[in-house]
Design a binder for this molecule. Structure first.
Ligand SMILES: Cc1cc2nc3c(=O)[nH]c(=O)nc-3n(C[C@H](O)[C@H](O)[C@H](O)COP(=O)(O)OP(=O)(O)OC[C@H]3O[C@@H](n4cnc5c(N)ncnc54)[C@H](O)[C@@H]3O)c2cc1C
Length: 305
């Protein structure tokens, strides 16, 4: 099922036709408050009242021309200003291909640097999402280049990739901000673990490796997962080593484990919710379905009203 859904995410014909169907638009609402930035900002308000921070991402990936990258950058600059005006604890998270990585890495660097400087001026971190493994090296290298210019930048790393332990060792001396996730793409066994138990094991070891650095203030650590048992195990390790609960932040996606996000804050953890919005939700939505087969049943129920 996971492989079929991830194949569907890449299929051009489906990408063009499926999003037009009303049932698909209804179903995606579970994970996305709407297609516009205003809907995303409105959805942020209840999180503020619960003491949950926000991440915003406008959906979209590879671009056809550099003009589109400029439009994406302008959009995020306006969003950073709007977050500051509203006094939200909000940060942005962006895919480098949205800023033109396929077309012109230097232009991507300039956009990302300018966005990170803008975010830093308003007290926030500029986060970089991690895409499929074809982009990993370019993304890590871009992160190093940006980090040399500007401290407030975070990077997502995927525990399922076999290279990630080396990437962490490579980045730790930079005092990085790292969001550790399991990984959402369909990767070959040569580059990624494919068994759930292996991915979970890799996630736990990497998080445990980074906790002392996070506790020492040498790393900002985000655990981007809804796997509460995994978070509990990592937190228990941290507690046994004398690290405070606040040395990492749990980051989850909008619409998933909403009640647990509130409970975690009440239990003394720091939590941040990632709100996605935008018209280009098709491939992203299919990846959410692939993460949990029960979501497919939910989508089908929308088909039958
Ligand atoms: C803040 C954040 C940012 C992310 N950024 C990236 C990125 O940049 N690159 C990338 O490759 N991946 C990213 N991901 C996705 C990530 O790689 C996983 O695919 C996703 O988080 C599912 O894995 P899990 O850790 O939640 O664990 P799983 O083992 O998949 O899930 C644990 C439990 O959480 C619940 N759950 C998980 N997913 C869903 C869902 N879709 N719907 C309903 N319930 C669910 C279920 O109860 C499930 O049993 C991000 C995830 C988060 C939370």
């Amino acid at each position: 099922m996971r492989h079929i859904l991830l194949w569907m995410a890449r299929n051009r014909w489906l990408k063009e036709h499926l999003p037009r169907l009303p049932f698909a638009r209804r179903a995606v609402r579970r994970f996305m408050p709407g297609e516009t930035v205003d809907e995303a900002l409105a959805a942020a308000e209840p999180f503020r009242s619960h003491g949950i921070g926000l991440l915003f991402t406008r959906l979209g990936e590879n671009l056809a021309n550099l003009g589109e990258a400029q439009e994406v950058a302008d959009h995020y600059h306006a969003l950073i200003d709007e977050i500051a005006t509203r006094g939200l604890d909000g940060e942005i998270s962006v895919k480098l291909t949205q800023l033109g990585l396929d077309l012109d890495p230097d232009a991507t660097f300039s956009h990302a640097l300018s966005l990170s400087e803008h975010a830093a001026r308003t007290g926030g971190t500029f986060w970089i999402d991690m895409e499929g493994s074809a982009y990993t090296e370019a993304t890590v290298a871009m992160y190093e280049r940006l980090k040399a210019e500007q401290p407030n930048i975070g990077l997502c790393l995927q525990a399922y990739l076999r290279r990630t332990p080396d990437d962490i060792q490579r980045l730790l001396p930079l005092n990085p901000a790292i969001r550790l996730v399991k990984g959402a793409y369909d990767e070959h066994a040569a580059v990624a673990f494919r068994k759930r138990s292996e991915v979970d094991g890799a996630y736990q070891s990497l998080a445990v490796l980074m906790l002392p650095k996070a506790a020492a203030g040498e790393l900002r650590l985000g655990l981007g997962t809804h796997d509460l048992e995994l978070v509990d195990r990592i937190a228990a390790y941290g507690a046994s080593a004398g690290h405070p609960k606040t040395c990492f932040e749990v980051q989850m996606l909008y619409g998933i484990r909403a009640r647990d996000q509130i409970r975690l804050v009440q239990d003394g953890y720091r939590v941040r919710d990632l709100i996605s919005y935008g018209e280009a939700w098709y491939a992203w939505y299919l990846r959410r379905l692939a993460e949990r087969p029960a979501n497919v049943a939910f989508a089908l129920r929308q088909l039958f009203g």
